[in-house]
Design a protein around this ligand. Structure first.
Ligand SMILES: [Zn+2]
Length: 262
C-alpha cells in the first residue's frame, strides 16, 4: 500500500532513464557544453503525450542531431558536457518555468493535448524530476570549476529546422546572445570564413522571457558564453555531426586562449 502511494507521487518510474547525461565530469578543458534539447524521451507514465512517434521525431520533439554533435565535440575538446534526456515537449529546459512554452500547449501546429490537461501536480513533477536535476548537474559542474579557479567557456548547443512557417531559413548556423556577445562575435567570422551563412541572433535571439540556460548559467555567473544553433539537416547523420564537431573544435580551440588568460 505504501509502495503504491510512493509510485503515484513520482513521474519517473524505475524504467525511465536519468534526466541528464554527464560526460567528462570535472574535465580540465575550459569548455562546458550543454544541450537542453538533446533528448526525445517521454516518461512511460505520460504515454508519449498521446503523440505518434513521428511528432516526437521532428524538431518539436528535440533538437535533431545535436546530441551526437555535442558528444563528438566534447570528445574532441576533452570537455564536460551535460545533455538533457527528455523531450522538450515534456518540459522545455531552456524556458523559465513561468514561460508559456515551458510545457507547451501547441508546438509548430501540433496540439499537445496531454500538456493542456496536465494539472499543477504533474507540472510540478516535471519541473522537479526533469528540469531541476538537469540544471543542478550543470550548476554543480560550474560551482566546482569556480571553486577550483578553473576558467569556463559555456556553450549551449541547439539545432533549428531549415524551414519554419513556410519560410526557408538562409543560415547554416546562428550565434545567439543577449547581454554579452564576445564569443558570438569572435566565432561568427571564423564560420563565415569557412563559407557558411551565419545568423547574428538568428534564427532566434536570447531573451530573459524565452531562455533559461544562457541568462542563468552564463550571464548571471559572468562566464564567457555562446548559444549556438546549427541547421538540423547539416547534422542529421553521423558524418555531418563529425564534420561540425571537428570544425567547431578547431575554431573554439583557437579562440580559447583569448578568453581564458588570467
Ligand atoms: Zn534547442
Amino acid at each position: 500500500m505504501v509502495r503504491r502511494v510512493l509510485e503515484a507521487t513520482t513521474l519517473l518510474g524505475p524504467d525511465d532513464p536519468s534526466p541528464f547525461t554527464l560526460i567528462g565530469d570535472g574535465a580540465p578543458s575550459p569548455f562546458v557544453l550543454i544541450a537542453d534539447h538533446a533528448g526525445q524521451v517521454v516518461p512511460a507514465a505520460l504515454d508519449q503525450l498521446g503523440l505518434p512517434q513521428v511528432e516526437l521525431d521532428r524538431h518539436i520533439g528535440w533538437d535533431i542531431g545535436i546530441a551526437g554533435t555535442t558528444r563528438k565535440l566534447a570528445a574532441l575538446l576533452e570537455a564536460t558536457a551535460v545533455l538533457q534526456t527528455y523531450s522538450r515537449l515534456v518540459i522545455d529546459c531552456n524556458r523559465p518555468l513561468s514561460a508559456p512554452g515551458s510545457i507547451p500547449a501547441i508546438s509548430d501546429g501540433t496540439d499537445i493535448a496531454a500538456n493542456v490537461a496536465a494539472g499543477e501536480a504533474q507540472r510540478t513533477q516535471r519541473a522537479e524530476e526533469i528540469f531541476a536535476p538537469y540544471h543542478a548537474a550543470i550548476r554543480d559542474q560550474l560551482d566546482a570549476r569556480a571553486a577550483r579557479g578553473q576558467p569556463t567557456i559555456l556553450i549551449a548547443m541547439h539545432s533549428f529546422t531549415p524551414v519554419f512557417g513556410g519560410i526557408i531559413r538562409p543560415w547554416h548556423a546562428g550565434v545567439l546572445y543577449l547581454r554579452d556577445n564576445r564569443l558570438a562575435m569572435a566565432l561568427k567570422p571564423l564560420l563565415e570564413a569557412d563559407g557558411l551563412v551565419v545568423g547574428d541572433n538568428q534564427p532566434y535571439a536570447v531573451s530573459d522571457q524565452t531562455d533559461y540556460a544562457i541568462p542563468v548559467h552564463g550571464e548571471a555567473r559572468g562566464l564567457v558564453h555562446l548559444e549556438l544553433e546549427i541547421r538540423q539537416d547539416l547534422i542529421a547523420d553521423d558524418a555531418g555531426q563529425a564534420q561540425w564537431a571537428q570544425r567547431l573544435a578547431n575554431m573554439l580551440t583557437s579562440l580559447a586562449p583569448g578568453f581564458t588568460h588570467a
